[in-house]
Design a protein around this ligand. Structure first.
Ligand code: TYD
Length: 217
């Protein structure tokens, strides 16, 4: 099994939460402070997984049945772990991932209404592809989905709209999913994403300093 030395921080949330901006700012902050960290994303993050990403985020919303879709996300994840994350995390490098397993649970397991059978399947497949490898810290950027979808539709050059095109109920359900997950473990921190970029980033940095860097200011 993977002997983790570096940290693994994940960012999760619905559409239009500003997740990607916050991941980037945190990565830059840590790098400025000589902390070896790489920013990555899912689905994707490695050449093979990026190829699978194209199959997932483009095209008709009904193009995959639910099991195929989960298997594609998991295949991409396994490739990302094996080729990019694990080799470096063992050498003390840390990673920040823009989405990870909790997105699969929220989108695929809660999006169409909470489905315990699917959630169990996701967790069991994850165990097979990743064993007990888990993030050390997960930020859930939380926003009213109506506001989030409006923001995300305004994003210039956003052509990957397969999941944005799901209806509002889907997005409300997955928000509930993220909030439910957040109550299950101390690794989750929910952040109100309806605040300024600076305020959100400073809340995030405070948590990282306290939980992972062992400094109080
Ligand atoms: P992402 O590039 O993070 O999109 P955005 O910046 O719009 O949030 O993720 C692409 C889409 O894939 C996004 O709509 C969420 C979806 N997704 C899942 O449905 N399941 C998953 O496991 C992951 C990682 C993403």
């Amino acid at each position: 099994m993977v002997q983790k030395v570096g940290h693994f921080i994940t960012f999760e949330g619905g559409e239009g939460t500003g997740k990607s901006t916050q991941c980037k700012l945190l990565t830059e902050f840590l790098q400025r402070n000589s902390y070896p960290v790489t920013l990555t994303r899912e689905p994707g993050g490695s050449p093979g997984a990026e190829e699978i990403r194209n199959l997932l985020v483009n095209g008709d919303k009904n193009r995959w049945d639910s099991v195929t879709e989960i298997l594609l996300f998991m295949a991409a994840r396994r490739n990302h772990l094996v080729t990019k994350i694990w080799p470096k995390v063992n050498n003390g490098e840390s990673f920040i991932a823009d989405r990870y397993l909790d997105s699969t649970i929220a989108y695929q397991g809660y999006g169409y209404g909470k489905n315990n059978t699917i959630i169990q399947q996701i967790n069991s497949i994850y165990q097979q592809i990743a064993g007990d490898f888990q993030p050390d810290l997960t930020f859930i950027l939380d926003i009213d989905p109506e506001l989030g979808l409006k923001r995300s539709c305004l994003r210039i050059g956003n052509t990957e709209q397969r999941f944005e095109s799901m209806d509002l109920t889907f997005h409300k359900n997955l928000r509930e999913g993220f909030l439910e997950l957040a109550q299950k473990d101390k690794r989750y921190v929910v952040i109100n994403a309806n605040q300024s970029i600076e305020t959100i980033q400073s809340e995030i940095q405070m948590v990282v300093k306290k939980r992972l860097l062992d400094v109080s200011n």
